[in-house]
Design a binder for this molecule. Structure first.
Ligand code: OGA
Ligand code: MN
Length: 224
């Protein structure tokens, strides 16, 4: 008989992932968002953190609004710097494979029909912010679920830089999330306006979006 579990540690990881993905699915079903501290697998979080340190030194570009032809740098809205993750590094590959696991779990559990995923590293220098915004707009939207992961050890409220997630257009208070190492946030992209308060020290994160397929005829989405 073939041993079912030749790689106990790998299987253990998968079990942990399924448990976490189940909790995220429950949160999203109940309230439309999920905030989970210490959620990212530690090895993955450390690899991504190291990758960000390399990027911080060389590759980051000033973030713009939109992609492709409508790319526009806009200091009024956001001042962070970003680098898209395309799986060229081992850390990037591992992240894409982990989020693919989340995608297929959520599709099975919540029938979200998530079709593709795009994500970027983001670096906020002291003073950087991202004003209140939606990640997708009703009607034109194909971004369905936003995810954000954080890589900042020892971050406290005194360091600023919180993500503030608002329930709707009228919510002035919101829910603040400290961008602490290993924290993962997921929310329905059309439902929750949110912002990043000015950070007082360097702030590292990944922001990503699961999309549904909106390709029509000769127009292929997402534009690269
Ligand atoms: C974004 C975003 C939140 C964060 O990039 O669209 O809202 O906490 N990021 O970095
Ligand atoms: Mn956003």
């Amino acid at each position: 008989m073939v041993a079912l579990n030749q790689f106990p540690s790998m299987d253990g990881d998968r079990t942990n992932d399924e448990t976490l993905f189940g909790l995220i699915a429950q949160d999203i079903e109940k309230q439309g968002y999920s905030i989970r501290h210490g959620a990212l697998p530690e090895g993955l979080a450390i690899d991504l953190y190291n990758q960000q340190q390399v990027l911080a030194a060389e590759n980051f570009k000033k973030a713009g609004i939109g992609r492709g032809g409508d790319y526009l740098e806009n200091e009024f809205v956001r001042t962070d710097a970003i680098c898209w993750i395309n799986g060229e590094t081992d850390a990037g590959k591992d992240w894409l494979s982990w989020t693919a696991g989340l995608q297929s779990f959520l599709n099975r559990r919540l029938f979200l029909g998530l079709f593709s995923f795009e994500s970027h590293f983001a670096h906020y220098s002291p003073g950087d912010y991202y004003k209140r915004h939606y990640d997708a707009f009703r009607g034109e939207a194909n971004r369905v679920l936003s995810v954000v992961a954080y890589f900042n050890s020892g971050w406290t409220a005194a360091d600023g830089g919180e993500l503030v997630l608002y329930k709707d257009d009228h919510d002035k208070e919101g829910t603040k999330v400290i961008p602490l190492f290993g924290t993962l946030v997921a929310f329905l992209s059309e439902e929750f306006p949110h912002e990043v308060l000015a950070a007082k020290r360097d702030r590292h994160s990944i922001a990503g979006w699961f999309r549904v397929n909106t390709s029509v005829f000769d127009r292929v989405d997402p534009p690269l």
